[in-house]
Design a binder for this molecule. Structure first.
Ligand code: IMP
Length: 438
């Protein structure tokens, strides 16, 4: 591995949780480098079932150092709850560290997030309502509070109160909000943040030392490339940078340290929240993907919008992240289909375009150009070797590889841990009839 970045190649929810959970076994350090508790994944293992929003899944492996990096925004009450839940069910959090540079989400951020959405009306982003945008806005405006501020309790309390008073004024005067409960809520957040003191560390230094010892590091992105603040479908994006470039900024290591970047994609596409989605299926086919794929948000429970796999999006993700490998998840969800459509290009004003248009106004109006591939109509969820996959499945995989020009490193074909295949010849998935060991 030496230093592997795992990023979402679509609009989030690609199954990164399962992929990173699998890869954790081979890692010494796992770092979450951006986002906050807008993300979430369910991990099922010997300890039971857990919904994690902030703590990296490396926490379940005692030999792994699990780091919440400086690029993450931390809701201290959520992190406290996750730690308590883990500890009460027998999972030690002694291997967890939180960067002293990580910013804190405060109750006024959550209130502002919701107020902004209401104000936007029909033009709303469809945020998770967790205060992510306002917390990152305060970070950029140099009005944020950080984990390290907790180390000086008196100043921390004063700081929070001063920021809270300023925000309360805006909330009352500009947005006509009742802020009566804000002080009490802030008190609860202060207490939760203070209880996290033992976990605060200079995580960039810990990483530096780990790299000098040639340890294996896994850098875990949340959300996905299309939700990236700079490279996604702005303004329908999150307020951080999920792309691989930010793995360095959000964890505090130099770009020359990275060795590989894997992009995680479903075998189809989903999106939550508002914004353009060219391959969206609003009829029966979309309902089929939602039901079979159980496409409901881990964080908000919202039904996800579903559609066919979009290779224009994947090529964009391959370029922006410099992908060296693809992890294709939920392949088994396509088992029951007679035919599978894959979007290879877009049509706009009669012209075919193969790459992501530079204008979001154009992206909102493009029509997908599909190629139809035959389905395999077989249950593949128990297959453990690439060469045992049906020929139609292998053709589907090779079609993706040819079009995106990134090899497939890993395939997931079911929610359970063991339901995956590591592909040994990832640039061309071999058929059993090819006669070579696949
Ligand atoms: P925010 O991150 O809560 O500000 O939400 C901004 C946009 O990103 C909305 O469309 C959310 O639905 C989307 N989003 C945020 N986190 C995730 C995630 O983990 N998976 C999928 N979509 C997400």
């Amino acid at each position: 591995m030496p230093v592997l970045v795992v990023v979402g190649a679509q609009w989030g929810d690609e199954g990164k949780g399962k992929v990173t959970d699998l890869l954790c076994e081979e890692a010494d350090v796992v770092v979450r480098y951006q986002g906050g508790n807008n993300a979430g994944h369910t991990v099922e293992n010997a300890y039971g079932k857990f919904a994690l929003h902030l703590v990296p899944s490396g926490i379940f492996h005692q030999h792994v150092l699990a780091i919440i990096g400086n690029g993450v925004v931390v809701d201290p009450t959520v992190l406290r709850k996750e730690i308590d839940e883990l500890e009460s069910r027998g999972v030690s959090t002694a291997n967890l560290r939180v960067s002293a540079g990580a910013h804190l989400i405060m109750p006024y951020h959550i209130l502002l997030d919701r107020v902004y959405e209401v104000r936007l009306g029909k033009g709303k982003i469809g945020t998770t309502g967790r205060g992510i945008g306002p917390a990152y806005a305060d970070k950029a405006a140099r009005q944020g509070v950080r984990m390290q501020d907790v180390l000086d309790p008196h100043t921390f309390r004063e700081q929070v109160k001063a920021f809270m008073a300023a925000k309360a004024e805006v909330l009352v005067k500009a947005y006509d909000q009742d802020v009566g409960h804000l002080e009490e809520e802030c008190e609860r957040y202060i207490e939760a943040a203070e209880s996290l003191r033992p976990y605060i560390d200079d995580t960039a230094l810990l990483l530096w030392n780990a790299l000098r010892r040639e340890e294996r590091v896994l850098l875990e992105g949340a959300q996905g490339t299309m939700l990236d603040l700079d490279h996604g479908t702005y303004p329908y994006v999150t307020s951080s940078n999920p792309v691989a470039g930010y793995a360095c900024v959000g964890s505090g290591i130099g770009p020359m340290e990275l060795s590989e970047v894997w992009g995680v994609t479903k075998a189809y596409t989903t999106r939550v929240g508002e914004g353009p989605f060219p391959t969206e299926l609003t009829g029966e086919e979309g309902d089929y993907l939602r039901e079979v794929g159980q496409e409901f948000g881990t964080t908000t429970g919202r039904p996800r919008r579903c559609g066919w796999l979009d290779l224009v999006v994947l090529r964009h993700a391959a370029r922006i992240n410099g992908l060296t490998g693809l992890c294709l998840t939920k392949l088994d969800v396509l088992d029951g289909l007679d035919a599978i459509k894959v979007c290879t290009a877009y049509r706009y004003q009669g012209e075919e375009i193969r790459e992501m248009p530079p204008s979001q106004a154009v992206f909102a109006k493009v029509e997908p150009v599909y190629e139809e591939l035959p389905g395999w109509k077989t249950d593949i969820s128990g297959i453990t070797s690439a060469r045992d996959l049906p020929n139609e499945t292998i053709d589907f995989l090779n079609f993706v590889v040819r079009n995106v020009r990134v090899p497939i490193s890993l395939i997931s074909l079911g929610p359970r841990r063991e339901q995956h295949i590591k592909v040994p010849h990832p640039d061309h998935v071999q058929r059993a009839s090819d006669g070579r060991q696949a």
